[in-house]
Design a protein around this ligand. Structure first.
Ligand code: MG
Length: 231
């Protein structure tokens, strides 16, 4: 058997070792992540017209200032692992889509719904963790309003050929509060109202201000947002 150990040792010597990453933890991004919000400022974000983000930072939390508009990252991303945490406000009077509505647009094009879906039925492909209008979540893993919740995305951007022709649509795997809710689904079209960008180009991460005039300040909160671009 000595020859076996010799061959195994030779193979191990040739194989590149994985890059070491400090995985971070509660409130801390992995060491190789691009941090988009760490609780201190909104420097990574702008509005669609490029003016500085008017959403506020309070006690280390990013608060959606209703009526100011969506915010998007200055950086563009293609395929990526993305993490963010959110908390929907208590809105006992509101129902359905009017209750804690926001969204996370991947590549600026594909909305993953943010909504208070705790005991708040609405159409399935518009509930929390749905790819809006296309894929309802496998289960409803929502926590009650006021509690912190997490989304962990594995997003694969569409693949295009050299002529700019779409060869493979985007795919998404998503965990909501650690529970698998989207299992490698194909996203075949962009969400109505999204950025008019090419599916073949990287795009920003966008957070939706789903302004309801009848509900003045929705006070949706976000924290701990980071991205790890994938090859
Ligand atoms: Mg929305």
């Amino acid at each position: 058997m000595r020859w076996f150990w010799f061959v195994a040792a030779a193979c191990m010597a040739q194989e590149a070792q994985p890059t070491v990453v400090n995985p971070g933890g509660e409130g801390k991004a992995p060491s190789d992540a691009i941090v988009l919000f760490d609780g201190s400022n909104v420097d990574e974000w702008v509005h669609k017209d490029k003016r500085p983000a008017e959403w506020t930072v309070s006690d280390g939390v990013l608060v959606c200032k209703s009526g100011t508009g969506d915010i998007l990252t200055k950086r563009a991303f293609g395929s990526a692992q993305i993490h963010l945490e959110f908390s929907t406000p208590s809105m006992p009077e509101a129902k359905g889509q009017a209750k804690g509505n926001s969204g996370v647009y991947l590549q600026g094009r594909y909305e993953v719904q943010v909504l208070d879906s705790f005991e708040n039925p609405t159409y399935a492909n518009g509930s929390a963790a749905a790819v809006y209008g296309q894929h309802p979540p496998l289960v409803n893993a929502s926590r009650p309003p006021g509690q912190w919740q997490s989304y962990d995305f594995v997003f694969r951007a569409p693949r295009c050929d050299a002529e700019g022709k779409l060869r493979r649509p985007a795919t998404l795997t998503l965990f909501h509060n650690g529970v698998l809710v989207q299992d490698h689904v194909s996203i075949t079209k962009n969400t109505p109202g999204s950025e008019e960008t090419s599916p073949c180009e990287p795009g920003p991460l966008l957070l939706q201000d789903h302004f309801h005039p009848e509900v003045k300040d929705t006070l949706l909160r976000f924290r701990n947002i980071w991205v790890r671009p994938l090859r």
